[in-house]
Design a protein around this ligand. Sequence first.
Ligand code: NAG
Ligand code: NAG
Ligand code: NAG
Ligand code: NAG
Ligand code: NAG
Ligand code: NAG
Length: 779
Amino acid sequence: MSSPPIIPFVPCGVLLACAFTVLCALDSIPRKSIPYESSHLKVFRDEGIWNYSSMLMREDLGLLILGAREAIYALDINNVSIARAKASWEVTQEKRNECTYKGKHPDIECRNYIRTLHQINDTAMYVCGTNAFNPVCDNIVYVDRQLKLQGKQEEGKGKCPFDPFQRYSSIVVDGDLYSATVLNFLGSEPVILRSSQTTLRSEFKSSWLNEPTFIYMDVVPESVDSPDGDDDKIYMFFSENAVEYDFYSKLIVSRVARVCKSDRGGQRTLQRKWTSFLKATLDCPVPGNILPYVVQDVFHVRRDKWRESVFYAIFTSQSASDDVSSAVCAYSVFNINKVFSYGKYKTPVSVEGSHVKWVMYTGDLPVPRPGACINNAARDSKIQSSLDLPDKTLQFIRDRPLMDDSVKPLTDKPLLFRRGISFTRIVVDRTVALDGQPYLVMFIGTDNGYVQKAVNYDGEMHIIEELQLFKSPEPISVLRLSTSMGQLYAGTASGVVQMPVADCSRYSSCLDCVLARDPYCAWDLSTQHCISLPNPSKDDDLVQSLKEGDPARCPDPGPTKAKNRTLVLGNNIKLPCQKDSTLSEVKWSFAKQPLNPSSRRYSIYSDGLLIYNASAADAGSYTCGSVEQVLGKQYYRTLAVYELHIPAPVDDNKDNTTDGISTTELMTTAPIAVQPSVPQPRSTGSSTVAIVIALVTVSGMLVGLILWNCYKGHLSLHRQHPIKKPMMLPQHDSSPYIKQQDSASESTEQTEVFLYPNNIQRNGTNASPLKYVMDESEI
Ligand SMILES: *[C@@H]1O[C@H](CO)[C@@H](O)[C@H](O)[C@H]1NC(C)=O
Ligand SMILES: *[C@@H]1O[C@H](CO)[C@@H](O)[C@H](O)[C@H]1NC(C)=O
Ligand SMILES: *[C@@H]1O[C@H](CO)[C@@H](O)[C@H](O)[C@H]1NC(C)=O
Ligand SMILES: *[C@@H]1O[C@H](CO)[C@@H](O)[C@H](O)[C@H]1NC(C)=O
Ligand SMILES: *[C@@H]1O[C@H](CO)[C@@H](O)[C@H](O)[C@H]1NC(C)=O
Ligand SMILES: *[C@@H]1O[C@H](CO)[C@@H](O)[C@H](O)[C@H]1NC(C)=O
């Protein structure tokens, strides 16, 4: 651990780990990836306003209070597109000049970023802004459908950061504001502060806080049902530079710390400072990784009995290589409490003169235990408050706030792991499924505007889906959950988006609904729909199988209705078939025989089959199916069936209907407009060979590239960044043709050969091929 030479081996270790599938096997891919266009979101953005970075849920008022740059909004909690009220809070010109004069950017840093929003009582809220590197706080009220700032202009130093880009955290407990941020303009003096009648702060020592990044804090009511009269605690999460490792370079570690709510500081030692500040390392062990992962956000899953409460934390890899990955670990409050209440301390020892090493403290501990809250035992020995604590206890804790034991996650390994993505924010919902069991569903915001919805089933990582919430890849900077409304609210620099925790209607079949393993959704056998839970339907009629993903109770969907398609001799024909899960594999068969995917006469894409230079032998029945593997079992589903037939030669004038398409329809459809560009099949013969060869070569090169990338670990075998389109898999009907055509550098005339069948697809009727056939087959 202490030898510097291991650092150069880290990227190598990551690569080997992936090559030997330790890490790759850990990776999980979302079963569905929902693009922005299909997400059906409610969006809020205001002209000229940016940086929507703080939110306060006011379910009591039906509002979502939103803090942005120089503005505060009261949005309708049911539909964030509706702004009920707005309050502007701009920086004065004087403050702006002052800030600019100190060397900050006038249009970026010298503005007022609303970072703090807390509820004080039914009407009043507490709000702080960076105010051009000069933080101030105020009260704001929502009365008569208006948001009104009270103009208190309270000092915000230590309550709100100076720097709009700096992370920080705060909460209000019993009317007191607890904040973890910096005290000075330079940002060099970190502090954990309680603004109350007896203001308390942390000691300014690197053993307390060493260039920390504050992430999250919350209160745990540990005094409730406490047999030893314990106090409530405020837990905080941050990352900081380690003091305890002798790495040559900076090593960032994740920490959980806590203070007692009734702390009043010491009498002589630690006057007006925390006497109960204890911190411990937060472990999120990712197999094959040497540098610790760094905590990025935390969510407190509260339970009525605090001992059952859990903190969910997201972590990202430390920059040892450009290969970013993220993980989720969960920690029980009870386990964290145990480390602080019974664990060993670390103590600094001087070696070789000035060099300091941190080792486990093995000497006797002073009484009361350093850092412990005042409990019944202390009160029995006449210590009523922290002011009565003996100097020995206080001196001990002043110099040794770090525990020797680290806090280990539940299940000792990440609940979720993803390669190639940075997680930024997390919320966790607890929902009761059909089996009566509660499930914790994670919603994780990423740095590219997506939300991942994931569950861990008995150690198995499962990402139900990922949704693209923002068109441009921007980091999600705030994420909130309303359990009662079943809604999620996400904010970025450019806007705010509202989404439901589940949209079961997206699952179109019983198999799809059940294999999604979404705790919010079940298949209703009586209505043949995927419905959201809870539902008044009889449970007997509902199918859900979360841990097993077993669709055995799904009815046989019966034969799929075949679609007629016309075969155009010598042309390329596309049969669309969109797979409904990224975890499934598309299988095509022709005349009941599996199609050979390596055949040069076909290309199988994620959205369809392409038949090159169709001949009479290609006529027949095509079936597209998906095979989805869940927990080692394979489930087959027919997605589409096509009947490809060669039309009988027809006389244009006599037989004006075929396949039920009327003449009028024929006349009004696109082919007429396209006619001028209709190519001459005869001239395409030899160039089609060239195209086929070029296509095969390009495909081969792409496959090689993918394999190489996979081996190098840039792409996991499973999937990459959600923003990237599947490499060979066209999204639109036209893309593969045009793209590959370009790479084969063919003339535009041939491009049209390929384009033409696509028009047929887009029109989606049999009319156009028919017309086409009439034009071509009679030449
Ligand atoms: C939400 O509000 C917007 C703006 O008023 C409106 O256009 C939209 O239809 C509303 N959506 C719903 C689902 O009510
Ligand atoms: C709410 O808090 C504000 C500020 O502390 C106070 O002025 C106001 O009287 C309080 N209102 C109620 C209803 O308690
Ligand atoms: C504010 O929004 C702008 C515009 O999107 C962005 O460039 C900037 O980084 C954001 N600032 C903060 C502090 O997030
Ligand atoms: C498809 O075409 C065949 C023969 O051309 C015909 O018998 C059948 O009814 C057609 N089916 C549909 C759905 O149009
Ligand atoms: C073809 O169209 C003409 C004119 O619209 C119509 O009179 C005739 O009955 C049609 N023929 C058939 C076989 O449908
Ligand atoms: C297309 O198929 C026909 C017969 O099936 C064959 O004669 C012709 O050479 C093929 N053209 C290409 C480009 O493969």
